[in-house]
Design a protein around this ligand. Structure first.
Ligand SMILES: [Zn+2]
Length: 311
């Protein structure tokens, strides 16, 4: 490759990395749209304290042992798409930045910037309401084989590698014995305001699960040829080298997917992929697992209402 071509690529890479923040508002917009009825409802019924919560699955905590690694579940024991689709969904929350708002933060950006006190209140509400965090392996075993989950299961996910996920979310979750899933965009590793490789390894060593979230947040629907290597193969290998573990799960940038992506992800060894609030694919529900963005605007009560209504 000649020098000007390299420079052009570098410029494009840097530009797209910067855009990823702005672009994430796309995810936020989807969530905000879904969230509106819940937010309205919560505002209109202030007397309704979040007491009941979701009963997503029939559960038995005693039987909720650590899940088998997805690769160890025989294909013959795995339910077909219809069976998987029919199981009640487990609520999954998606967070991005956890920091206090500044004057520079746009109205749209605040959906994915959760102020620190708000985040702590969200997690406290989940704990007070009796939610138990589950790992993606537990979720996978539940979806494919009907394995039991703890009562009031919920999965917490953090996208885009922001440093505050390590400095704020990690200790907050630890207070309640909660574990989470972190979808890392590898272009950001070690940059200012992002996690380092050592921090990602520590999260993994502490029992959290690391997932792949591309190299620099390009839309999966536009990949062709070499893009699969740049956005999926290399970053996933980087994460496997950092954690020393196989990376089984993927999250689509902006929550955007198409059917053509499923075989590409499967042949690379992924067993499930996570989108955002849109409908699942009935033929491939494991590759369109839904999450909602826990908006920075949401009170604990609004979050609770959204969890109950969205899953
Ligand atoms: Zn993202």
């Amino acid at each position: 490759m000649n020098r000007s071509a390299s420079l052009l690529l570098l410029t494009l890479a840097l530009a797209s990395a910067c855009e990823s923040k702005t672009a994430t508002t796309g995810e936020a917009r989807v969530a905000a749209k879904t969230a509106t009825p819940a937010a309205t409802l919560a505002a209109e019924s202030p007397a309704d304290a979040p007491t009941s919560g979701t009963a997503a699955t029939a559960t038995d905590e005693a039987n909720a042992a650590p899940a088998p690694a997805p690769g160890t579940i025989p294909a013959a024991k795995t339910g077909d798409a219809a069976a998987i689709y029919a199981r009640p969904q487990v609520p999954i929350l998606c967070y991005h930045q956890i920091r206090d708002w500044t004057a520079r933060d746009s109205k749209g950006a605040k959906d994915y910037i959760t102020p620190i006190a708000t985040f702590k209140a969200h997690i406290k509400m989940l704990a007070d309401s009796g939610y138990h965090t589950v790992s993606p392996d537990q979720l996978y075993a539940y979806l494919t084989t009907g394995a039991r989950l703890p009562s009031k299961p919920i999965m917490l996910t953090f996208d885009d590698t922001d440093l505050d996920q390590f400095t704020i979310a990690r200790p907050t979750l630890a207070q309640y014995g909660y574990k989470a899933m972190y979808f890392v965009m590898t272009v950001s590793l070690g940059r200012p305001h992002y996690m380092s490789k050592a921090q990602v390894k520590q999260l993994s060593d502490e029992g959290n699960i690391i997932g792949s979230h591309t190299w620099d947040h390009h839309n999966v629907k536009k990949y062709q040829g070499q893009d699969w290597v740049t956005q999926i193969d290399k970053p996933t290998k980087t994460l496997e080298d950092i954690t020393g573990k196989k990376i089984n799960y993927f999250a689509y940038p902006f929550g955007l997917w198409n059917e053509q992506a499923f075989p590409e992800l499967k042949k690379r060894g992924f067993v499930a992929a996570f989108s955002l609030a849109e409908k699942r694919d009935q033929q491939d529900p494991l590759f369109t697992i839904r999450r909602i963005i826990a908006s920075g605007y949401w009170s604990p009560r609004t979050l609770h209402t959204s969890i109950v209504q969205s899953f």
